[in-house]
Design a binder for this molecule. Structure first.
Ligand code: G1P
Length: 291
């Protein structure tokens, strides 16, 4: 049986320049989809997958994330006094327990691989998950839970993948597929952001990974890849051959919230998935469609 995935890394050090001016004084991970910040969706997804240790790789100007995952004493006291129990639950029921969250700083923006490497001492020698809060997944079963279940069955490394139009391969880590049963693709190669003509497939990694600790051996070398950055994809590629590596076409829909149109689509989709908002939002959409 494969070792349980207990720890997850959340790289949250990025600058979020694509969302300026909104992200001038606020971390991009705190942008809300409906009424919840992106990072909270990622943490709740990890909780639903059984994660117990939440490791944030953070940077300057990201205090709002730490405050969000801490008790807000004044708000808490005020809501308790006013007996606003629903609101009290909305600010606290999802919080990991004291001691379950750790923070480390990336210090230099050298790439996703570097961000993950910064958490190596907090991971140690066990499999771990990585979640990028920019990628939001709407699904019945949490995307990471689907991956954890696959990992429990077959072990090795598992990444969540989607098929993208060929002209978009230069935005993602792309799989070179050995065999594919339509749900699980066995991986023999990985390329970071290949040009459409060079891409070995159109199966793209979204920001959900279950990785083996061996990946740190390659990240230790600090080799730069695509865009001059230390790429997680390159380190994963270097581990191929030591154990299995699969891409999972998960059940659900993924939204690229690092992109303005993707973010807006996520807002609409998540609002429509909520009973309290769906009827009103449907009316609003209809009124624009009629224009
Ligand atoms: C990162 C990874 C890339 C992956 C993508 C998913 O790229 O480097 O392999 O496909 O996340 O969102 P970024 O979006 O940070 O450029």
């Amino acid at each position: 049986m494969s070792q349980t995935v207990r720890k997850a890394i959340f790289p949250v050090g990025g600058l979020g320049t694509r969302f300026l001016p909104a992200t001038k004084a606020m971390p991009k991970e705190m942008l809300p989809v409906v009424d919840k910040p992106l990072i909270q969706y990622a943490v709740e997804e990890a909780q639903a997958a059984g994660i117990e240790d939440f490791i944030f790789v953070t940077g300057r100007g990201k205090h709002a994330i730490e405050d969000h995952f801490d008790v807000s004493f004044e708000l808490d006291t005020m809501l308790r006094e006013r007996k606003k129990m629903d609101q009290l639950s909305a600010i606290s029921s999802w919080m990991p327990s004291p001691g379950q969250i750790s923070y480390t700083r990336q210090m230099e923006p050298l790439g996703l691989g570097h961000a993950v490497w910064c958490a190596r001492h907090l991971i140690g020698n066990e499999p771990f998950a990585v979640l990028l809060a920019d990628d939001l997944v709407l699904s019945e079963t949490a995307c990471l839970k689907q991956m954890v279940d696959v990992h429990a069955e077959i072990g090795g490394s598992v990444v969540a993948v989607v098929d993208v139009p060929r002209e978009h391969t230069n935005r993602y880590g792309i799989l070179d597929v050995e065999s594919d049963d339509g749900r699980l693709a066995s991986v023999r190669g990985l390329v970071e952001k290949p040009a459409p003509a060079d891409a070995p497939s159109t199966l793209s990694i979204i920001g959900r990974y279950i990785l083996q600790p061996e990946v740190f051996e390659f990240l230790d070398k600090q080799e730069k890849g695509a865009g001059g950055e230390i790429q997680l994809t390159d380190a994963m590629a270097a581990t191929l051959g030591n154990g299995s590596f699969h891409g999972l076409r998960f059940e659900g829909k993924r939204f690229d919230c690092g992109d303005k149109a993707g973010f807006l689509e996520a807002t609409i989709a998540f609002a429509l998935s909520r009973d309290d908002l769906a009827p009103a939002v449907r009316e609003i959409i209809k009124s624009y469609a009629d224009e």
